[in-house]
Design a protein around this ligand. Structure first.
Ligand SMILES: Cc1cc2nc3c(=O)[nH]c(=O)nc-3n(C[C@H](O)[C@H](O)[C@H](O)COP(=O)(O)OP(=O)(O)OC[C@H]3O[C@@H](n4cnc5c(N)ncnc54)[C@H](O)[C@@H]3O)c2cc1C
Length: 424
């Protein structure tokens, strides 16, 4: 196949060995199987990966198979995985009911619940790259590419760099869209005994769901893996103290009849979208590009989209078109991730069973700021217009068939299920 951009990709670097960096390196190896280029996979082994990210979207199932050439069953077993058919919401919204957000088509399409720490290993086995354990001080644009400056090593020039170094040190308005209409910023992670037994002769085929249970100070995720069950309490540390959250977490686990747990981490996170995910030569991917709380497990699927889009453009488009393509690609990526952000924030718009300070503020103070934050003039994309148009569409008595499929990156059925479940 003729690939007009191929000749402009002689030296490629991926910085970061978390989920996003490992996916990027494996995707490059798959997209450029001739190995007639240098791929440097760079990371600082003293900086740990974030290590959570155990829910995914169905596109990961097919992509892992393509990237590794392993059978689906093997991948699932090696990831301690279960089949995730959707997210089961408990006590969200104004209807006081439980509901499921199924992947489409429901009961057919599934993703994985997976052990995040095992995913990078599987991907690395499928990737031919030179590994460099070093601290990156800076990644900077130069005329004909990008240069990485290292601590204690000579700088190197590359044609394309994937920056997967995780969360930015701080969120600043010139570089980031602060999507703080999402009202949470901290997670307490606990690991509990498995509730799903591994099978001896094949993968677990039982349908499982991520539980998203509203609680007075936020919500709790429950992710069933074959090696353990992962629990996380997501809350806002500016509203609730860690002590109050830990105490409610204990009550929740006790009601769930979980008598033992291992405290894994307390993680603070920003909710943001980087304004410049791609400048033609440097592509930010994963938590370096954008982040939002894990309610709909949008991080890995966003990284897949960012990596796939950048590789497609750089391989299949002539380098002469780079300057013209770059702002279009960047706008597309920002638009898609901001669309995820609006979708996630919208879950808080109808409150929950709990009339607590957190839920009142989430509904009445945080969510209403989304119109200002995502104002097209401030973010240079149309995510908000599309979001408003979708909500209008859902209110129509009849939705034309032509409108069913025009809502990437999320299907209309996802909006319909959440709208119905919450009582929008
Ligand atoms: C509570 C919580 C729950 C989550 N749940 C989900 C979920 O269910 N589903 C989902 O899709 N996502 C989830 N996520 C998001 C998850 O974090 C990401 O999916 C995923 O881990 C991507 O991380 P990353 O690879 O971008 O960064 P990281 O895992 O932080 O990796 C960063 C890498 O960069 C390297 N590095 C950093 N700085 C330097 C430097 N200066 N020089 C060299 N190397 C450097 C580090 O060594 C590391 O290898 C969750 C996040 C949180 C906080």
């Amino acid at each position: 196949m003729f690939q007009p951009g191929r000749a402009s990709l002689e030296r490629i670097a991926v910085v970061g060995r978390g989920t996003a960096g490992s996916l990027a390196a494996a995707s490059i190896a798959r997209a450029l199987p001739d190995h007639e280029y240098e791929l440097h996979h760079i990371y600082d082994s003293r900086i740990p990966v974030i290590g959570v990210g155990e829910g995914s979207w169905p596109s990961l199932v097919s992509q892992l198979h393509e990237l590794t050439d392993l059978p689906h069953e093997t991948i699932q077993r090696r990831l301690n995985g279960t089949r995730k058919y959707g997210v089961s919401f408990e006590d969200w919204g104004r209807r006081n009911q439980h509901f499921i957000h199924f992947f489409t088509p429901p009961q057919v399409s599934y993703a994985y619940h997976l052990s995040a720490d095992l995913l990078a290993g599987i991907l690395e086995e499928a990737t031919k790259a030179q590994h460099i354990d070093a601290n990156v001080l800076r990644i900077r644009r130069v005329d004909d590419g990008a240069v990485i400056d290292f601590d204690g090593r000579s700088s190197e020039r590359y044609d394309l760099v994937f920056d997967a170094r995780g969360f930015p040190k701080e969120v600043v308005p010139e570089q980031h869209i602060d999507i703080s209409f999402i009202p949470t910023n901290t997670a307490v992670i606990r690991r509990c005994p498995a509730i799903i037994e591994p099978q001896h002769d094949g993968p677990v085929v039982e349908h499982t769901y991520t539980r998203a249970v509203a609680r007075p100070h936020g919500w709790v995720f429950v992710i069933p893996l074959t090696a353990h069950t992962s629990y996380g309490y997501i809350f806002n540390r500016d509203i609730t103290s860690l002590t109050d959250v830990e105490s409610d977490f204990d009550s929740f686990l006790s009601a769930d009849q979980v008598s033992e747990f291992e405290q894994r981490a307390v993680l603070q996170f920003p909710n943001f979208v980087h304004r410049q995910m791609y400048d033609g030569v440097i592509a930010r991917v994963g938590n370096a590009a954008a982040f939002m709380e894990p309610l709909e497990a949008t991080a890995i699927v966003s990284a897949q989209m960012q990596i796939g889009m950048v590789l497609q453009m750089r391989i299949n488009r002539s380098i002469d078109l780079l300057e013209k393509d770059t702002p279009v690609v960047n706008r597309f990526l920002v638009n898609n991730v901001l669309t995820y952000g609006l979708f996630v924030g919208w879950h808080y718009s109808c409150g929950s069973t709990y009339d607590s300070e957190f839920w009142r503020k989430a509904r009445d103070n945080y969510w209403p700021t989304h119109k200002d934050v995502a104002n097209p003039r401030r973010v240079d994309c149309s995510a908000l217009e599309k979001f408003d148009a979708l909500l209008k569409l859902l209110k129509q008595p009849v939705i034309d068939k032509e409108d069913w499929g025009q809502n990437a990156p999320l299907p209309l059925s996802s909006y319909a299920q959440i709208s119905e479940g919450l009582g929008v």
